[in-house]
Design a protein around this ligand. Structure first.
Ligand code: SAM
Length: 239
């Protein structure tokens, strides 16, 4: 009899298909899940992402892994003068986003974050929210964003992270391993999604390591701040 325990994380080969199917299956309830799991804080974080992009007048922003387009829409709410493009490899997520943009202000482009279909230097800034945990190669994903941003522009990353303080770290484990799976179970029919979220978060680099990864692909002046008791990190680098 085999004693091998099954990892809740897919192998690197399986990951893109697994991730796409998971988000396709949760697309309709994604926004509600976000609001509930973050106690309504997620929209505030998205505003910080847009501000961190420091877009010039009529600037061009790329929202990588736009999903249901909440960052892209927040950018247009704060800065109606800018041009925002959303890209993601899950059609079902972007369909929800398109429904939230009845005026069609955001071009939605179906693409893998590791192979962005845009020429070098096409944007003033590129941002991503809750993408990096899901990719097979974090450094290559940042490098691709660096490629499509003009010199002097910014690459901004928002992601869940493990808090460094022991008491919050314990609380984080309890919340992510006990509470979040129950929320997800109520709202999603995809059972493996319950364990993927906490497991992928634990496997993800802590903020100082993520900063080093960003620097390793040539981003400059990389800084970060943590939010919500150290459970969310906002990284900013310059091209
Ligand atoms: C947690 S959602 C975040 C959506 C949105 N950025 C937000 O702030 O709510 C993650 C998104 O990343 C997308 N994604 C994951 N891996 C990707 C990849 N390699 N290329 C493009 N999109 C990817 C998924 O399809 C999903 O829409």
């Amino acid at each position: 009899m085999s004693t091998k325990t099954q990892s809740p994380l897919p192998s690197l080969d399986e990951k893109p298909v697994y991730v796409r199917q998971m988000f396709a299956g949760t697309a309709r309830r994604y926004d509600l899940m976000n609001r509930l799991m973050t106690f309504g804080q997620d929209q505030h974080w998205r505003r910080l992402v847009v501000e961190a992009c420091r877009l010039p007048d009529r600037g061009r922003l790329l929202d990588v892994a736009t999903g249901t387009a909440d960052i892209a829409l927040e950018a247009l709410r704060l800065r109606p003068d800018v041009h925002v493009t959303g890209t993601d490899f899950t059609h079902e997520m972007m369909q929800i986003g398109q429904g939230k943009d009845p005026q069609g202000r955001i071009p939605f482009v179906e693409a893998d974050a590791l192979r962005l279909p845009f020429p070098a230097g096409s944007f003033d800034a590129s941002c991503s929210g809750f993408l990096m945990r899901n990719v097979t190669d974090v450094a290559a994903t940042f490098a691709e964003q660096r490629r499509v941003v003009r010199p002097g522009g910014r690459v901004v990353c928002l992601e869940i992270t493990r808090p460094a303080t022991p008491i919050w770290s314990d609380f984080f484990r309890l919340y992510f391993f006990q509470v979040v799976p129950r929320f997800t179970a109520l709202l999603s029919s995809n059972k493996s999604a319950y364990s993927y979220l906490p497991a992928s978060t634990l496997a993800f680099p802590r903020p100082p390591q993520l900063k080093t990864i960003m620097e390793s692909i040539g981003l400059k002046n990389v800084t970060y701040r943590t939010l919500m008791l150290g459970t969310v990190a906002l990284h900013v680098g310059e091209v």
